[in-house]
Design a protein around this ligand. Structure first.
Ligand SMILES: [Cu+2]
Length: 621
């Protein structure tokens, strides 16, 4: 297997290593500056709108292959629309969302949930429809796109795409057609269907400027090698997910090179829930149902997917995202090409508003019974430390790779960007009329581990320290679900002993041109014989070549000053242990006892994971 070109999930923004993308230093890092947005989070009334529960995405068709296998087929497009994200009468917000092009009313952000069954393939035609349907012209981005980072770069044409724009003067934001490509996070699929960051494509608009690359470097090669390549067409690609992995909570989102942070922030994300098979067999009754295709109207849901995202807004309702590097540390230039600092891109982003399932600070009318919540941290940079204000227990059943060996009772839950948790909350004995608040105790700045109030200041209790409200009402029916502590979850097999141990590094370097500006550069790499990081750029030869079928222990050395979520594609791994550079190893956290696809690597530590590589191909980490 050829893993990799490299990616670094910094602030959920996926970027190539070795690019001049500065990372802040916790020491001497400026405290988060006030946002320049014109609708401060503190001015938005909380708990005005009910939680939106994303319905299941309707099928386009179910097809039967010659070998008798059935496939769920979807046509899913990206479109622009207006949505009531802020509570009315505040203005609506223009967002991007996925939806079934067979059912135009299904477009929303977050997008409808893809409900998949174990061993039943899902085949999706992912269509980039960021086009004005009246004029046929492309739609520009909703947010400021920095053309100086390592990015898709369609204006670069075939030669310059997937690189840096070469500029004589500091450019403004890119206003051209927007590339997209979808990655199902945690899915084990072929490279052609993995949403490789250089496999993007522009919409099929009538006004794509002359000389622009219409797709990324790997779009055509993958179209050629994919068994479904014949059905790819301009502005779309057809990906297939075999769903032969453990049942779990996956999510789909945009993955375009150097634009992931913006495309996801604009709204491109949804859940992909995989059910069934031996790893979904629970002895006991889980709370349910979740929204299902074709369900009766008025069906009550006791299994609910919940994506938590921080945002900022202007007073016209529009999403706000930094339009200048100045927002981050006040550095007002000179920028590229007169220095190595990008003019628009920021190393991190922390919004002052919490949005849950596409609505700011919603409430859920919650019956006195048990609920199963599928939680996803969909923030760009923000860690979440979730807790009910009355310390109601969270029963953690599963994480990114499915169920844990047994349910785990906690009062607090830490989720790094892209991490998921499958949780049961028992509201049975909470008095009717109670208004519970789900709080967030993680900081309004990069997370480095530790305890709120001791090692860091928790999020602002008036705004980002609150996530959503649960309003307790009596139960409409008898709750048939088991007590979470009585559930017997399917056994988890041991992962084989590693065939190979591989050291990888997360590091940062100072700006070469302007050392006093402070921003470092985030790089991924390997280690030399002295244990020092060796920077490996995106364009360098691939260094991680696990053999198909082998198990590898990866030792992730974090030389930076912040915790980073590290994600491997095409595999679900186990956390082995963590060890400070100068210290003894400690066991993984209790909630890390199952399979994961994203792990928090703390600063100054080696995080050891064990991964089995089953799929040949080119994948990122
Ligand atoms: Cu992924």
């Amino acid at each position: 297997m050829t893993t990799t070109r490299r990616e670094f999930l910094i602030g959920g923004a996926v970027m190539g290593a070795g690019v001049l993308l500065p990372l802040p230093s916790a020491l001497g890092r400026p405290r988060m500056r006030p946002l320049h947005s014109t609708l401060p989070g503190g001015d938005i009334p909380m708990y005005q709108t009910p939680l939106l529960i994303p319905p299941a995405m309707p099928l386009t068709e179910r097809i039967r292959l010659a070998n008798g296998r059935q496939i769920d087929r979807y046509d899913i497009a990206v479109r622009q629309m207006r949505q009531q994200v802020l509570p009315a009468p505040l203005p609506r917000t223009t967002v991007w969302g996925y939806g079934s092009s067979t059912y135009p009313e299904t477009f929303s952000s977050p997008s409808l949930t893809i409900e998949a069954r174990w061993r039943q393939g899902v085949r999706v035609r992912w269509i980039n429809e960021l086009v004005d349907r009246k004029t046929g012209h492309f739609r520009p981005h909703l947010l400021p796109v920095d053309p100086t980072v390592h990015w898709a770069n369609p204006p670069g044409g075939r030669e310059g795409r997937d690189g840096h724009s070469h500029v004589e003067e500091t450019p403004g934001p890119y206003l051209g057609p927007v590339p997209t490509v979808v990655h199902v996070h945690g899915a084990e699929t072929q490279q052609e269907s993995d949403g490789y960051a250089e496999a993007w494509y522009l919409p099929d608009a009538s006004d794509i400027p002359e000389g622009y690359a219409r797709n990324g470097t790997f779009y055509r090669p993958f179209r050629k090698s994919s068994s479904l390549g014949d059905s790819w067409s301009r502005g779309s690609a057809v990906f297939e997910y075999p769903n032969r992995q453990r049942a779990t909570t996956l999510w789909y989102h945009d993955h375009t090179l150097g634009m992931t942070r913006l495309n996801v922030y604009a709204g491109l994300a949804g859940f992909f829930l995989l059910r069934g098979g031996p790893d979904d067999e629970v002895d006991g009754v889980l709370p349910g149902p979740a929204p299902q295709r074709g369900e009766a109207t008025g069906t009550e849901h006791f299994e609910i997917p919940i994506v938590i995202q921080d945002r900022a807004f202007d007073d016209d309702g529009s999403l706000w995202y930094p339009e200048s590097r100045e927002y981050f540390d006040g550095f007002a230039g000179p920028y590229i090409p007169h220095s190595d600092i990008s003019p628009i891109w920021n190393p991190e982003f922390f919004g002052d508003v919490m949005m849950v399932n596409g609505r700011t600070w919603p409430y859920l009318e919650t019956q006195q019974r048990r609920y199963r919540l599928r939680l996803l941290n969909g923030c760009n940079s923000r860690f979440l430390m979730l807790k009910f204000d009355n310390d109601l227990p969270l029963w953690i059943l599963g994480t990114e790779g499915g169920f844990l060996p047994q349910p785990l009772q906690q009062t607090r839950l830490l989720l790094g960007p892209a991490e998921r948790a499958d949780v049961i909350v028992d509201f049975t004995n909470v008095p009717v009329g109670t208004e519970l608040i789900l709080q967030n105790l993680a900081p309004d700045e990069p997370f480095g581990g530790g305890e709120p109030g001791v090692d860091f200041e928790p999020a602002d209790p008036e705004t980002t320290g609150q996530v959503m409200q649960f309003r307790i009402v009596s139960s409409s029916t008898v709750d048939p679900s088991s007590h979470p502590g009585d559930l017997v979850l399917p056994a988890i097999g041991a992962i084989p002993e590693p065939d190979n141990v591989r050291d990888v590094a997360l590091a940062e370097e100072m700006s070469k041109v302007l050392p006093d500006v402070g921003p470092a550069e985030a790089v991924l790499g390997t280690l030399d014989e002295n244990g020092q990081p060796v920077r490996q750029d995106w364009d360098h030869p691939i260094t991680e070549f696990p053999t198909v079928g082998s198990t590898e222990r990866w030792e992730i050395h974090n030389f930076t000053v912040d915790a980073h979520p590290i994600h491997l594609h095409a595999t679900q791994f186990r956390v082995v242990e963590r060890q400070p550079f100068e210290g003894t190893a400690r066991q993984p956290e209790a909630w890390e006892a199952g399979f994961k696809d994203t792990v928090v690597a703390y600063p100054g530590e080696i995080t050891r994971i064990s991964a089995r590589f089953k799929i040949a191909g080119r994948f990122v980490w």
